[in-house]
Design a protein around this ligand. Structure first.
Ligand code: E4P
Length: 219
């Protein structure tokens, strides 16, 4: 599964991109607002740090506005993916932008049939919001599984980008459900590596080596 960071914080992205494990970034208007900076400037910096897909969400809600904003943000860098909402105008814009050869992420997906429409509109990515579905007492991961089944039934190439991830379990379950991408806050990304037995095992190896004076010659 590809790993995307769900943040507009350039310093954080720079720090974690250095691991070589970050395949892309997703932003949205709420994350952009948190930075207090110009959205285009932030996107430009992120695109220079991460070579993979960087989602930039349009603010317009009508077709013409989305087309204008989508084309404008696509000029920021080659790896910009235009993010549009799952509305009729959003899907029309998705079809037109993808016909122009641009990458499109259809966001705010809460049902399998919405995801089917996005795939038919030529979306590069569909973003089911797992955490927000769970928040209203429904099954966020079930949504990912249903979308996987529908896309596989019909050979849709749209990538499932599991979004609104709130826990390490969400990452594990999304990977098991066949999501192509998981986008997560950096706090979750950091936790992916943690296991107490790894720490305990490493401490024991180092202690045993020290006791017996085991060394590795490097020159
Ligand atoms: C990413 O593309 C989404 O905008 C994001 O994952 C939403 O996450 P939230 O539900 O935690 O705001």
């Amino acid at each position: 599964m590809k790993i995307f960071l769900d943040t507009a914080d350039v310093a954080e992205i720079r720090e974690y991109a250095a691991t070589g494990l970050v395949d892309g970034v997703t932003t949205n208007p709420s994350l952009a607002a948190k930075t207090g900076r110009d959205y285009a400037d932030v996107l430009k910096e992120i695109c220079a740090v991460v070579p993979g897909s960087v989602s930039a969400e349009v603010l317009a809600t009508d077709f013409d506005g989305m087309m204008k904003e989508g084309k404008a943000v696509s000029k920021i860098a080659k790896n910009i993916t235009i993010k549009v909402p799952l509305t009729w105008d959003g899907l029309k814009a998705c079809r037109a932008l993808s016909n122009d050869g641009l990458m499109v992420n259809v966001t705010l997906c809460f049902s399998p049939v919405q995801a089917m429409l996005a795939a038919k509109a030529g979306a590069t990515f569909i973003s089911p919001f797992i955490g927000r579905v769970d928040d209203v007492g429904e099954d966020g991961m079930g949504l990912v599984r249903d979308i996987r089944a529908i896309y596989d039934n019909y050979g849709f190439k749209t990538e499932i980008l599991a979004a609104s991830i709130r826990s390490v379990s969400h990452v594990r379950e999304a990977a098991l459900a066949g999501a192509d991408v998981g986008t997560m806050p950096t706090e979750i990304f950091k936790k992916l590596i943690s296991h107490p037995l790894t720490d305990k095992g490493l401490a024991a190896f180092i202690a045993d080596a020290k006791k017996a004076n085991v060394t590795i010659k490097t020159s």
